[in-house]
Design a binder for this molecule. Sequence first.
Ligand code: HEC
Length: 129
Amino acid sequence: MKKLLLMLAACMIMIFAVSFILSPERAYSEKPQKKKMGTVKAMPDDVKKVLQNDCMGCHSTTGNPFAKGQLNLSVWDQMKPEKQAKKAEAICHMLRKNSMPPKPFRDSHPDKVPTDKEVDMICNWTSGN
Ligand code: HEC
């Protein structure tokens, strides 16, 4: 009898596991909705100003080919909302880590390094959707 119960329990677990594997949509679709991913608010003017001053020397159509390949702020308005959201997140991430602007550029252009206050403002925008 004990063995039978154990078998039953094992069967139930199997059924759970299989149904979970067979319905990946259900497993994954709820996450992004909770985080409200996929959109970001229109870029506020004060954010635009900082990015223009500090970043667009490289991240623009006329900028550094490597930089604009990853992020071209000249065409921000033409980007799909999903791409904007992804790039906005990357921008905040880079700024929080002090990874952008690149170190040599920071050293040679201290006036083009966003201040902590500016980073807060930018990250406020990127997560404020
Ligand atoms: C001196 C040129 C230069 C400046 C100035 C610069 N970047 Fe970059 N950036 C790069 C280069 C080159 C890359 C791509 C290579 C790499 O990741 O290191 C890059 C990559 C990035 C990425 C990664 C994009 C992605 O989708 O993964 C982000 C985000 C970024 N930069 C944000 C910024 C922000 C925000 C500023 C302004 C505060 C800035 N950068 C200023 C050169 C620059």
